[in-house]
Design a protein around this ligand. Structure first.
Ligand code: GLC
Ligand code: CA
Length: 514
């Protein structure tokens, strides 16, 4: 395993909304460089930056037009290389976002692929032979090219699927995963990865990592095989570079594909979802960290533990506060509730991710869709740094901002959060500091449940020599365990005490016992 991942805490940056340095209303790479000290002071030591490559921005940059060129609105390739260098000087790693499953329909490969004459890129994307022939149950477009055929979509209409072949082939136009054209796509993607790793990036977050080989088997074994060959290349040539998958199936992604980490995504009803976003069904919020929701920690553990047990030798599960696709936690959680969730997140195994702005409790805003964001747009608004113009995000005209900002008087800012000693920001900072100090609390430390009962509080878990207890409910609770004897609180949110084997933990409290 890569050493630096053991105590890594990631900070996700949506580049268009982090910090604008030239007044055009859009965040840029120089802005990220300017704020590296802020990130380091919070305690994060690694970044994931959403796609910052040349793009027509039909899907906020997940529609790449040139993988090897920084989008001019963010800066230049030199700026990105300088960002790697400056981050490294401060002990911060940088992951870029790799979009391997599709490109923009404006990508030169696709423009060539659309041509009637056979050329190097004819097989780079998934095409049928005839314009009047569809792609089974998959979305496709026809009638848009001189080439006779329909092309498959991987996501939006602007995102044609790259061709990594089909495992189960039912049509003559379906390439095999080891066909020359499918292998050429793999090689092209490895070339993109090498390009940025050679220039100093520390790895990639991989977009829709499970989407490569079509009609794959139920274990996604053909797609996993592509990633294993990528991992071999990395182990050989870039052994310090890391890969994290957007897959949410660690058996397939970590054990099968060789990813170092796999995101535990917010999928309705899964373990992660029950922690803080279990509010899609019938209006009742049953999230565990929501005070008095009647949340049930077993709904998390029953889903999480098998994932964890099956993969802990091979890689890490990554939980996050939020990401650019998910409603911000502050949509439903109060600052006190968020503190308890973050305390849990930062004392669990695996590698945690914090989404920019969540550390200050930025709200999920009701804003008009932008660049294919739709309901995701509300989590993508510009960072609120201070109370100067545009909350310190940009000195441009407010009308030019990438997205509108929180207009309330009490809108949180980083400046206020850093000034207030009991803020969520300081809780996160202190918990990261503690995590850094005690290897038991880091990615590899063991995990076992001490007290977890359906519908009851607190939830108590042990990591090596440390015991954590969290009580998100509105009642003081007690629990006995011989494991508490002789221990005392190392860190507390709210109130908690131990007498012999009895732990008493106040309403909405968290404690680390040592
Ligand atoms: C992933 C990204 C999302 C994007 C989609 C298509 O889910 O996180 O933002 O729209 O893939 O690339
Ligand atoms: Ca700018």
């Amino acid at each position: 395993m890569i050493n630096w991942l053991k105590d890594a805490v990631f900070y996700e940056i949506y580049p268009q909304s982090f910090k604008d340095t030239n007044g055009d209303g859009i965040g840029d790479l120089n802005g990220i460089i300017e704020k590296l000290d802020y990130i380091r002071d919070l305690g994060a030591n690694a970044l994931w930056i959403n796609p910052c490559f040349d793009s027509p921005f039909m899907d906020a940059g997940y529609d790449v037009r040139d993988y090897k060129k920084v989008a001019p609105r963010y800066g230049t390739n030199e700026d990105l290389i300088r960002l790697f260098e400056e981050a490294h000087k401060k002990g911060i790693k940088v992951l870029l976002d790799l979009v391997p499953g599709h490109t923009s329909d404006q990508h030169p490969w696709f423009l060539e692929s659309k041509k009637a004459e056979e050329n190097e890129y004819s097989g780079r994307y998934v095409w049928t032979t005839h314009a009047f022939e569809g792609i089974g149950g998959h979305p496709y477009i026809s009638g848009m090219s001189e080439r006779a055929g329909a092309y498959m979509l991987n996501f939006f209409a602007s995102q044609p699927a790259l061709n990594y072949g089909w495992l189960n082939r039912t049509e003559h136009w379906m390439s095999a995963p080891d066909s020359p054209e499918a292998l050429a796509t793999q090689e092209a993607m490895k070339d993109v990865m090498r390009f940025w790793m050679d220039r100093g990036c520390d790895g990639f977050r991989v977009d829709m990592a499970d989407s490569l080989v079509k009609n794959d088997d139920e274990n996604k074994s053909a797609t996993a095989a592509v990633w294993r060959s990528v991992r071999e290349m990395m182990d050989r040539d870039y052994p310090q570079c890391a890969l994290v998958s957007e897959w949410s199936n660690p058996w397939q992604a970590i054990n099968g594909g060789g990813f170092h980490m796999d995101f535990y995504l917010d999928h309705h009803g899964n373990g992660y979802n029950t922690l803080l976003r279990d509010y899609e069904t019938g209006g009742e919020d049953r999230s565990f960290f929501k005070k008095d929701s009647g949340g049930d920690i077993m709904r998390f553990l029953n889903d999480y533990l098998p994932r964890y047990e099956a993969t802990r030798e091979n890689g890490y599960i990554s939980m996050f506060t939020c990401n650019h696709d998910t409603p911000r936690p502050a949509r439903t959680l109060s600052e006190d509730e968020m503190k308890l969730f973050c305390a849990f997140l930062l004392t669990m195994p695996g590698v945690p991710f914090i989404y920019y702005g969540d550390e200050i409790g930025m709200r999920y805003l009701d804003v008009k869709t932008k660049e294919g964001g739709y309901q995701r747009t509300g989590s993508r608004t510009p960072m609120q740094w201070d109370h100067t113009r545009n909350y310190g995000f940009s000195d441009g005209d407010p009308a030019d901002l990438y997205l509108p900002q929180d207009e309330r008087k009490e809108a949180p800012t980083a400046e206020d959060a850093m000034k207030r000693p009991d803020s969520l920001w300081h809780v996160i900072q202190e918990l990261i500091r503690i995590r850094r100090t005690y290897p038991d609390l880091q990615a590899d430390g063991s995990f076992e449940t001490v007290y977890a009962e359906s519908g009851k509080y607190p939830f108590v878990y042990r990591r090596g020599d440390m015991i954590m207890a969290v009580n998100p409910s509105g009642q003081e609770v007690t629990v006995r365990s011989v494991q508490f004897s002789g221990r005392s609180p190392l860190y507390t949110i709210g109130k908690a005490s131990v007498h012999d084997d009895l732990l008493t933990i106040d309403t909405q409290s968290f404690v680390i016992l040592r």
